[in-house]
Design a binder for this molecule. Sequence first.
Ligand code: PEP
Ligand code: MG
Length: 368
Amino acid sequence: EPELSGDFAKVMEWADKHRRMRVRANAETPLDAKTARGFGAEGIGLCRTEHMFFDADRINVVREMILAESEQGRRVALDKLLPFQRSDFEQLFEEMKGLPITIRLLDPPLHEFLPHGEAEIADVAKALGREVKDVKERLSSLHEQNPMLGHRGCRLAVSYPEIAEMQARAIFEAGLASAEGAADPVQPEIMVPLVSTKKELDLVKAVIDQTAAKVFAEKGSKLNYTVGTMIELPRAALTADKIAHTAEFFSFGTNDLTQTTFGLSRDDAGSFLPAYLRQNILDQDPFVSLDQEGVGQLVAIGAEKGRSVRSLIKLGICGEHGGDPASISFCEGVGLDYVSCSPYRVPIARLAAAQASLVLRQQNEASS
Ligand code: PEP
Ligand code: MG
């Protein structure tokens, strides 16, 4: 795994003396976490738990869960997923040695896990012991025209609380197991995606808190944890004061926030965007460098509204912009506590955060 050494490590140390913002990484595998730590990440700012569900040994259980027709059917599959998920989190806690880890509940539209095409559907039906016709019916009942604006994010946990319950149980059981005999306590931060109303967050937080109480009673010991939310929809940014009554932290998801502010699909950005950039209709690709005028304004509003209710609310960014120097400089101006980026961007983010701190200090000195 990469480690910084020699002159490079020295420059990084200098940068660290000057930066105010913390730098975390987006990581979900133990290897990513190790790489991130080698580059100096001070925590995981985004663990996208959906990536953990694609391994060959569990994808069919995930499909069994999604294709089930009842809560009971889903619970049978979720019970089988629990040990996998618990072991995922144990490995991450172990690798991060007491550094904070933000674990995000299941986010993507469910079709991403489902079979497409006749042959694959037939294989899955066979593996699950179900009729092809039944599977097709269930698949068509799940079909959506705009899945990225549909049944995803916290909406999954609202419809199927048992999924959030399994994930929360895995986090708490893993956290308690890892805390045993460890020098540093584990610090899970449980993050709810795609929230647009306080009520959604309240519902999911209640499932998390009830699960915590159950697990702590069963195991006879407790763990500190926090529950927060992504701010990745314009409505969440604009009502962040209400949401902050429940959320203990915010992480700005600027990928979805860019998509929904521009009404521009993040998955089809190759279609006309290059021509727009050549014609200077947009100065820059807003998925790469934060659109400060529009999306940035929503980040600033969200931060201010969050702080107006919870003065010390922890604020971070975990969209791709968290590893882009110009966007990092913007985050310093808004006063975010940390940026989170891909592991290989951590050194750049450390430098950019230091530069942003120095520039801001100079500007403040010049104006005072
Ligand atoms: C985001 O939307 O900015 C984000 C970090 O989440 P994801 O990219 O997983 O949607
Ligand atoms: Mg998102």
